[in-house]
Write a protein that binds this ligand. Structure first.
Ligand SMILES: Nc1nc2c(ncn2[C@@H]2O[C@H](COP(=O)(O)OP(=O)(O)OP(=O)(O)O)[C@@H](O)[C@H]2O)c(=O)[nH]1
Ligand SMILES: [Mg+2]
Length: 158
């Protein structure tokens, strides 16, 4: 069975922390070295796969298999390292995003949302903090809920 989602994003964005939270694991995130699979549900990726062009092929190959791509971006980082054009190769898949670290003092959600839209994120955007369990539960029910994984509302902001 194809994994339902894959997390992608820069080094330290909070992918593994989110991934652990989604699956109810209370362990602190360690540096991700390789793609990590959680059964047939999800894939966590190392930030290096996203940041280094020579690693894009691994993301692109794997993304063909998954139902959803979830771009993970910190709420207090105001440059987007989403490589221009990378999303184009995901063809008909829509990209949703999680904005992490909303508990930090210098977050600016509207600014980050504009950044993500400009970078080609057309699906839903979920603001989360690992300290806000409701925010994690919202992402969990979106990604892992019992409803079939319908395509995102591509091309229109929710
Ligand atoms: N304050 C705060 N810190 C967070 C949150 N989520 C993650 N972090 C911290 O951000 C740091 C990086 O988190 P990771 O989950 O390892 O990041 P990653 O995207 O998996 O990084 P790579 O595996 O290197 O690609 C850790 O110190 C986390 O504790 C959050 O919601 N709030
Ligand atoms: Mg990680």
């Amino acid at each position: 069975m194809a994994p339902r989602f894959m997390l992608i994003g820069q080094i330290g964005a909070g992918k593994t922390t989110l991934f652990n939270g989604l699956f109810g694991k209370n362990e602190p995130a360690r540096k991700t070295q390789v793609m990590e699979f959680e059964g047939s549900s999800g894939i966590d990726t190392p930030g290096e796969y996203f940041s280094h062009p020579r690693m894009y092929h691994a993301l692109i190959t794997m993304s063909a298999e998954v139902e959803r791509l979830m771009y993970v971006h910190p709420a207090d980082v105001f440059d987007c390292r989403l490589p221009p054009g990378l999303l184009d190769v995901y063809a008909n898949k829509c990209i949703d995003a999680v904005v992490t670290k909303m508990d930090r003092p210098s977050t600016d959600l509207p600014r980050v949302e504009r950044l993500l839209r400009d970078a080609g994120v057309h699906g839903r955007i979920f603001p989360v903090s690992i300290h806000d369990l409701l925010s994690i539960a919202t992402v969990r029910s979106y990604l892992l809920g019992s409803a079939p994984c319908e395509p995102s509302p591509c091309g229109k902001a929710p």
